[in-house]
Design a protein around this ligand. Structure first.
Ligand code: AMP
Length: 115
């Protein structure tokens, strides 16, 4: 999508502190981190939210959770202590950027409920 900030980051059109990239996914540091480790894992394909996932996105979803999350958590040094994944979805879910992204947060003790 031409006016989507995460599409532009995925395309390299605007800068981001990338920590991972392959053919289908990019991950970069959140501009406004809520924890010592806070990265966003983003499909390069524009998918508005998990609510917009289609059957054709199964491989992409599996790739994010089976391949990318464990690898990144390991590389960012939060595998052993633990980390939190957050996917804000829609207005009530607190989603502000309408391109699917998985927040990976770690490096401190998380509280619950998140508020
Ligand atoms: P959400 O509220 O789940 O939609 O989260 C959007 C996240 O994107 C927020 O945590 C923002 O800080 C982050 N964000 C917005 N623009 C950028 C950007 N250009 N680079 C990195 N992170 C961004």
């Amino acid at each position: 999508m031409s006016d989507c900030i995460f599409c532009k980051i995925a395309a390299g059109e605007i800068p981001a502190q990338k920590v991972f990239e392959d053919d289908s996914v990019v991950a970069f540091r959140d501009l406004s981190p809520k924890a010592p480790v806070h990265v966003l894992i983003v499909p390069k394909k524009h998918v508005a939210s998990v609510a917009a996932f289609k059957a054709e996105d199964k491989d992409l979803a599996a790739h994010i959770f089976v391949d990318v999350v464990p690898k990144l958590a390991d590389e960012l040094g939060v595998s052993d202590a633990g980390f939190r994944l957050v996917i804000n979805t829609g207005d009530d879910g607190g989603q502000t950027v309408h391109h699917l992204h998985v927040h990976l947060l770690g490096g401190r003790k998380m509280t619950w409920p998140p508020g």
